[in-house]
Design a protein around this ligand. Structure first.
Ligand code: G6Q
Length: 540
């Protein structure tokens, strides 16, 4: 498959650059027609994408299709699913791994793309089902014979954000009598607040760390263990683990149960592995977790479609590149009109920015074009009463991806002035999309809305386990496609290493000055020591 080609070396690149100078203006009177709203629509695995409010036309779409074809994105995606070593930088020291998160849900067909990885996924699912069955049937209880009612998930980064986003999104499908709590921050107040308010005798702790070496997670595991021991409870009867094979945490004697995640699954892509599975299985039941996997798998399959008009993740990837690289918009707001998705943008911040916030390509050369944009957001309508002012009238143009659902999750919606709350929510979503695109002309500059602000609407019937799985996989595929187009390795995260190394050095100073009051770190680490002094974190 390699060598891969840089974005600006594809023939479609210059064509798109030239098209960008005459890109359609969404605020032109009569530009947005009923026909355009109907025709600029794509569908994949239960999700409709309405993209009439993007600055696209047939010529630009044809060029974006050429860009996708020239970049061989679908071939690369298929190679990834089959187990090509895609987490690598040619000729340089790097992670050098396969990228097989899609195998976690490639468990429904007779011919999975990577049979070995799918077999491993199925084996873990079987272990999980047995564990959940024991809990359900009451053969696995606490020492007093009472069922477990709560689970604390301890993990950080990829071992926290995706699973946490899914749990919040799926709370409406909880099996009742079971709650999940999360500890991720090494700030002791994160853990202590949770540990102090729970009945630990009825609480399981799920320690999740692929490497089994992450400072925050290991520290929080010890914090939790200390709380259990203080109550006279045996951690080994309450703690379960999800970790990589052979990691320092891979020790079944220390845990009530142990589950594996595999080397070829990156942290931020791991929510559908046991990293999310154990906690989601406990909270929602095995069937609901499998529905998440089914939705994700269906989207993974839909993402294999080469025609961009029939492939929502690919069309969103290309539209993102059009807005970012050709129209020059630096950030992207993802605004879900669904309370369930309250943590979804936080997950995307990691999944997108850690994947594509890169400056060097897969051959180890610095690129001369923009790669991943800044991604941010907050659920609507709350965001409307916060930062939408800037989105509508600010000097920066911020492309928006709205996400909405035709029906809500819980029963009991009310009707006021002949409309339900859900209708009020969706009306707001549609209104924002049109307002951003069309604008409003006014002689009063303070009330002038320039419009021509690109956005699209992603919509499904309801946020269910199936559609949640599909939405997760949709964004994963979009991120992976963009990485292919930018020719960056979307699967490593060297950028987070430097800070970790420096923090370890500062911790060494803190420990040393406890041993020796006269300790002075300035000779070995002048700047670090000076900063500790300036901020009042040294004894001297
Ligand atoms: C994600 C990153 C990173 C990772 C955390 C936790 O892709 O690799 O966010 O998930 O650093 O790592 P562990 O699971 O190894 O504790």
């Amino acid at each position: 498959m390699a060598p891969y080609t840089n974005l600006d070396k594809q023939p479609a690149f210059t064509q798109l650059q030239s098209l960008a100078t005459t890109a359609p203006d969404l605020s032109t009177p009569d530009f947005l027609t009923a026909l355009r709203l109907q025709e600029y629509h794509a569908h994949s695995a239960g999700f409709d994408l309405f993209f009439a409010t993007q600055r696209l036309d047939e010529t630009i779409l044809a060029s974006l299709q050429e860009l996708a074809d020239q970049s061989k994105v679908i071939e690369q995606f298929l190679a990834l699913k089959k187990g090509a070593v895609m987490n690598r930088i040619e000729g340089w020291d790097c992670e050098n791994r396969k990228v097989l998160h899609t195998a976690c849900r490639d468990i429904f067909s007779k011919n999975p793309h990577n049979p070995e990885a799918s077999k491993q996924a199925k084996a873990e699912l079987k272990k999980l089902a047995a564990f959940l069955m024991e809990l359900d049937q009451g053969t696995l209880t606490n020492d007093q014979g009472s069922p477990f009612t709560d689970m604390i998930q301890i993990g950080i980064g990829g071992s926290d954000l995706g699973p946490r986003a899914l749990y919040h999104a799926m709370a409406a499908y909880g099996r009742g009598g079971r709650k999940i709590h999360f500890i991720s921050n090494v700030d002791p107040d994160d853990g202590l607040a949770i540990l102090s308010r729970l009945d630990l005798s009825r609480t399981l702790v799920n320690v999740v760390s692929k490497s089994g070496t992450t400072l925050e997670t290991l520290t929080n595991e010890e914090l939790a263990k200390a709380a259990y021991l203080k109550k006279g409870l045996d951690p080994a009867r309450h703690f379960v683990a999800v970790t990589g094979q052979g990691s320092p945490m891979d020790d079944p004697h220390k845990y009530l149960r142990s589950f594996y995640m595999f080397d070829y699954i990156g942290g931020r892509y791991s929510a559908t592995s046991m990293v999310g599975g154990v906690m989601l299985g406990f909270a929602l039941g095995d069937e609901n977790f499998r529905e998440i996997l089914r939705g994700a798998h269906d989207m993974d399959q839909a993402a294999e479609e080469p025609n961009i008009r029939n492939n929502v993740p690919l069309l969103m990837a290309l539209t993102g590149i059009w807005n970012h690289n050709f129209l020059g918009h630096e950030t992207l707001a993802v605004l879900p009109y669904s309370q369930g998705l309250i943590r979804f943008t936080a997950h995307l911040q990691q999944c997108d920015m850690e994947s594509n916030g890169k400056s060097c390509n897969r051959q180890g050369e610095f690129v001369s074009y923009q790669t991943g944009p800044v991604l941010w957001g907050e659920p609507g309508t709350n965001g409307q009463h916060a930062f939408y002012q800037l989105i509508h009238q600010g000097t920066a143009i911020i492309p928006v991806e709205f996400i909405g659902f035709r029906t809500n999750q819980y029963d009991g919606d009310i009707t006021i002035k002949k409309t339900t709350s859900q209708e009020k929510l969706t009306a707001n979503l549609l209104a924002q999309s049109l307002a951003l695109a069309s604008g409003q002309h006014s002689a009063n500059p303070n009330r002038f809305f320039g419009g021509n602000r690109p956005n699209s609407i992603l919509m499904a019937d309801r946020l269910t386990p199936y559609s949640m799985g599909a939405l997760l996989a949709l964004y994963e595929a979009k991120i992976v496609f963009q990485g292919f187009l930018w020719n960056v390795n979307s699967f490593d995260q060297e950028g987070v290493q430097l800070g970790k190394i420096l923090a370890t050095r500062l911790l060494d100073h803190m420990a040393a000055q406890k041993e020796d009051e006269s300790y002075d770190g300035s000779s070995t680490d002048a700047l670090g020591w000076a900063l500790m002094k300036a901020t009042g974190l040294t004894k001297k």
